[in-house]
Design a protein around this ligand. Sequence first.
Ligand code: SF4
Length: 451
Amino acid sequence: MSRAKQYVELFKERDSICVSHYPVPISQHTESEVWSLMELEQVNTKDTPTALYLHIPFCDATCSFCPFNRYLKKQEQVDDYLAAVRKEIDRYAGTPFGSSITVSSINLGGGTPSCLSSEELTGILQHMKQAFHVAEDAMIFIEGNPRNFTADKLEDLALQGLNRISVGVQTFQEELAGLLGLYHSVDDSFELVKNARSCGIDNIGIDLMYNLPGQTLDQWRADILTSIEQEIDHICVISFCVVPHTQIASRIAEGKIPGIGDVYREIELYTIAKEMLLEAGYLQYSVIDFAKPGKTDRHATLYFSEQSHMIGIGAAAFGIINGYMYVNSGNLNEYMSRVQDGLLPVNCGEKADELELAHGAMAKGLRMLSVSRADFVRMFRQEPEELFPDTIERLVQDGLLIQDAEGIRLTDDGIIWGNNVSKQFFSSKYADYGLQHRMKLAKGRPVQSVK
Ligand code: SF4
């Protein structure tokens, strides 16, 4: 039996959704409980790394495949939203916790943050920097679209310290871009890279999708080669998912466009990308991320490898403060009215005990390919094998993990099946909560009906 077939039998399907948040927020708490679980009245005495994440849920247009929490941009709504965001920032910054932290990275994600104007984006960055103590060398990272990250906007943002962008290019093939209903053209992507470089932004990241409907191996090779030739610093390769109830799912179901390839095809495409990028000198530092040396995503490395704080601001934002993982309401009106009423807009959350933190350290660490033995022992005073003997032994026997003096890491096969392997470390309490649950939470649906 081929190795791929062996793993298909083991896992049934290749999980394309990375572990992003652990524990999974599933409980509702009152305002005072949230306040206390986040320990906002406590001064932060430990040197815990802290990130700020701001969710901008607006897009200039919506893509046919997109399942995320996003809204078509309407200026009046943007104004109200940014006013609420400022208020939420001030709420955290005004606490003993918020006034005693140093922020080492700021990330604006979405949606499409770059659909906001220069004034709106620079205004919100300035507000964050005034409200919190932000480290001199903080990574300031904005996600966006090639079409609305204009040269002027990039220049203004670079003056505010923007040092990394990440752009949803998805494909350099016109035909596939049309099929996905992308808002930008392939030329927009090339133009963006040129403009970002001329503004001195020295870390340009793109997302590329593989296993698109009808995508050939040569089209995928051409996408990777173009990225290398364009000297893109950071490349995130994402397996295309057909999410039920999206436009593209209906078109595939109606036979108007081809379906996606099977799991063997998916693995072939992933392996092509990996081999080409490693050959070109990129480093793989997560199940999906490749970067030139020195260009890894500090925000992700911080968040997934250490017990850090991440203050999540905005509708549908996830965050973790003092071990309390939370997600804000994803419903815009509900989010804004809660903030305007002086409340934290948390929809639900979960405070991890030490054992759950250890589960999370394994699951999130393996997303980043390995768990350092020294770091794990420093945090939990036990070896990973003492806490998870059966799971580690089983995955080592299956050829998916390696144990050595440095720690626990994924094998080459383990990397291909990295999301499946990471999720083996979820505790039984959270094992059944997957993407559907996360999306419902982010959209502000009631907790009781989501499982
Ligand atoms: S730009 Fe991004 S968030 Fe907006 S609809 Fe397209 S894929 Fe979704």
